[in-house]
Design a protein around this ligand. Sequence first.
Ligand code: SF4
Ligand code: FES
Length: 372
Amino acid sequence: MSEQPLLKVTIDNITIEVPAGTTILNAARKIGGEVAPPAMCYYSKLQGSGGKCRTCLVEVSKGSEKDPRPMPKLVASCRTTVMDGMEVKNITSPKVLDARAGVVEFLLINHPLDCPICDQAGECHLQDLSYEHGSEGTRFEFQKRVFKKHDLGPYIQLHMTRCILCYRCVFTADQLTNKREHGVLDRGDHAEIATFIEKNLDNDFIGNVIDVCPVGALTDKTFRFKNRVWFLKPMNAHRDCPNCSGKVTLWNRGDEVFRVTARKDEWGEVENTEDGKTAWICNTCRFDKKKTSDWVIEGPREINRHSVISQGHYAGKIGTTQPKETFTAVHDGRQPKLLMDIHSVSEVNRPNIELSLINGPAHSADFNKKND
Ligand code: SF4
Ligand code: FES
């Protein structure tokens, strides 16, 4: 069999070779880091996903070696395949950054700003996207959408107001379970995820919709409001499960298992097992096995240093290691976007007070200006 030809593509001035048929997004993911456009609806493990949210827009400044004309509009990188000699701009294109800021503004039009009480906070892709590309204020002056409550059963909580209609959960239910009972109803600003006749979602693998949801629209009822993810310690664990791979991440506090999720990769997608299959997990592993004794613990899970979940957890290759010294070192060589010296802007922090010279723990009285 003849080998598949490799095509040369340059993204943000970095050239790589990828097999024909690769999308720009997947080529950029091969380069990694910030070159990879954000993706709110594309999910490599779900057929047909992508093309809905427009967060992955990129500029194609050269179509191909044969036809070097640039593409007239920004294109969705998750749905556009590379051509030989193509040149693409992602973070190097002001047009892309401007369009992405616009997309974020649109996504936030109806999304409630309830991060402080949302279980997804700390691992929400929309939160990250707004942080990276959003503006600090809103121009939206109208009331946000409200919905009738839908009960999806004992395990999954739907907050329709948070949904960004990415369709990932619909594809998951369709492709992983043998009967799909929910979908997107209505169109335009009336569109919503719903079960057709208030049916519970009760298939064996339906819990995976929680893992694919990029926002807090679908959350785990057995974990709701129990803890913040950044207070928990993610551990790799497995069990001999007759239904699924049994390879999970346990989210512990002390010895208590607060929740069980599938293991996710750096793009927030469920990882593959060694045999190349996606390690989706079954409802029994996810919702019913909440004791440490149910699992064989493999060790702490390595967490991306950019994630708030990594605060306080320094999982190294072997056990626990100290964090590296400098900011750029822990950020994979990247410079901070904005670094504020809070000492110079805060009246509360008093840099002239030497904490090490205070006898015992510091109290508010130690910072009282009257003592100066
Ligand atoms: S509920 Fe979540 S996964 Fe489903 S369409 Fe809405 S945002 Fe996407
Ligand atoms: S990730 Fe490409 S359009 Fe949503």
